[in-house]
Ligand binder design. Structure first.
Ligand code: FDA
Length: 307
């Protein structure tokens, strides 16, 4: 395993320790402000408006995952429905992301499917697109089943995510082709064993481009969700060389990450969306951002030792 991945594995490993969680929650206020739009829907909508003024569209994400009770899953569903209704009142943005375990996937797939179906029944007629985020590898199979079930029920405003770090992903992509998915492609943000995921960042990056090009060649709509300058440059080069129009793909980045690049891509005429998380359950999201970037860990440590 190379250093980047060993670092990620270490951070995500210790982040689960309750003491570390308490420490980060106390000390990471600055990082939270950078990566999370706020605790309320109102704050998230304000952040979305500011992005929109710069030509960047928002993807609203009510933070939450890994729920342990049906009551909690239903509470998150209510929050997501409030978000959908609020977006319906505005010309933009019309896009939400959610996590299957936020709607009870770990309790029962049937529960998650029924809560998701209710969300889509509200979202689809209002023109709001719903992206199912992809979580860690034990949830991939069930998440793909949920996506396929919703498409088979006739919903179209729903999208799926594939992760280039998993060995299985090319096969998953080929299996999904009959569904003509609106695909978000990411590298993958979780701590995965080498039995299921490439243990080398260069392989993950190469696989990302391989899968992205394959999806474009197959005629899918692809959301390239990455901040990686080399990958963004290669997607631009490839699509130009192959004559793939800008309507067939987009770039997605995270709120607070490379904002100047987000604006630059928008000015160049690409569709750009920023993933805007909000809510009180920000800890696991922030832990993944720290795990992606050693500088973020230094910021937490500095606040610890520097007072
Ligand atoms: P990489 O990690 O190689 O970073 C490339 C460069 O980007 C870095 O050198 C740095 O400059 C910058 N950068 C990256 N992360 C940064 C950070 N946190 N802060 C500041 N700069 C940073 N994952 C998943 O498993 N399931 C999902 O559903 C999603 N969904 C999703 C949506 C969107 C819109 C994005 C952008 C990402 C995701 N991800 C995700 C996360 C994804 O898997 C991945 O962990 C991150 O995007 C980081 O990987 P990069 O592709 O940016 O490359």
């Amino acid at each position: 395993m190379n250093l980047d991945l060993a670092y990620r594995s270490f951070v995500l490993g210790v982040a689960g320790n309750p003491r570390v969680e308490r420490l980060i929650k106390d000390r990471a206020k600055g990082l939270v402000r950078r990566y999370v739009a706020g605790e309320t829907l109102e704050e998230a909508l304000q952040a979305a408006e500011a992005l929109e003024r710069e030509g960047v569209h928002a993807i609203l994400d009510l933070l939450g995952e890994g729920v342990k009770t049906e009551e909690e899953a239903r509470a998150f569903q209510r929050g997501i429905l409030e978000l959908v209704w609020a977006l319906a009142e505005r010309p933009w943005p019309k896009y939400v992301s959610l996590k299957p375990t936020q709607l009870g996937l770990d309790l029962s797939e049937a529960l998650a499917l029924s809560l998701l179906r209710e969300v889509l029944r509200e979202a689809e007629p209002r023109g709001v697109f719903v992206r199912l985020d992809m979580e860690d590898s034990p949830r991939v199979e069930a998440t793909l089943r949920l996506y396929k079930a919703l498409r088979e029920e006739g919903f179209s405003q729903v999208g799926v995510v594939l992760q280039s770090y998993l060995y299985r992903t090319e096969k998953d992509l080929l299996d999904l082709l009959p569904y003509r998915p609106n695909l978000r492609l990411v590298k993958g943000a979780y701590r995965e064993p080498k039995e299921v995921a490439f243990p080398d960042k260069r392989l993950i990056d190469a696989e990302y481009l391989h899968l992205g090009k394959l999806a474009l060649r197959e005629g899918l709509y692809v959301a390239f969700a990455t901040h990686d300058p080399r990958i963004i440059a290669e997607v631009k080069r490839y699509t130009q060389a192959m004559g793939v129009p800008k309507e067939r793909f987009e770039f997605q980045l995270l709120y607070g990450v490379r904002p100047e690049e987000q604006r630059r891509l928008a000015r160049e005429g690409y569709t750009v969306r920023a993933y805007v998380p909000y809510g009180t359950h920000w800890y696991p999201y922030l832990a993944r951002r720290i795990a992606e970037r050693p500088e973020n860990l230094f910021l937490v440590l500095r606040s610890l030792f520097g007072g």
